[in-house]
Design a protein around this ligand. Structure first.
Ligand code: ZN
Length: 156
């Protein structure tokens, strides 16, 4: 029987080989933000189109290591169609899972923001490799920036 780590590795590889929501959106109305992780040479380009308070569409372009690209693919699948509030909570929860950001685990192992993470759990193992955490969070940071710019653009 395959262990959890093998299953996680398969999910990450699947998203790397068959990235979801790959492509571009017309700008405007969508916004385009490029995220770079010079430590690893990763590039993630996020296109976001908002419909009011909802992520109407998201597309991913760019290139880089399997962690950065599969993380971007999983992120796109996780946030598409979600409200901005849900996306913010999911972003916090994802960073908390990797022990970075405002919702990092405290010394008692408490977690401020428990959400069902689905496939995103597959990236939990990255926590053991501090140098790769930036690969996993790159797409999420880029998405946050893209949403901020999209909100400014629509005057929301
Ligand atoms: Zn990387």
């Amino acid at each position: 029987m395959a262990g959890l780590e093998d299953l996680y590795r398969e999910i990450v590889l699947d998203h790397y080989k068959n990235p979801r929501n790959r492509g571009e959106l017309e700008t405007p109305p969508a916004v385009r933000v490029e995220g770079l992780n010079p430590l690893c040479g990763d590039e993630v380009v996020v296109f976001v189109a908002l419909d009011g308070d909802t992520v109407a569409d998201v597309k991913i372009a760019g290139q880089g290591c399997s962690i950065s690209q599969s993380s971007a693919s999983m992120m796109s699948a996780a946030v598409k169609g979600k409200s901005l509030d849900e996306v913010r909570k999911l972003t916090d929860a994802f960073k908390g899972m990797l022990n970075v950001g405002e919702h990092a685990h405290d010394e008692h192992g408490e977690h401020g923001n428990e959400l069902p993470m689905g496939e995103l759990e597959a990236l939990k193992g990255v926590m053991k490799f501090p140098s790769r955490i930036k690969c996993a969070t790159l797409s999420w940071n880029t998405l946050s920036q893209a949403i901020d710019e999209a909100k400014t653009a629509t005057g929301a």
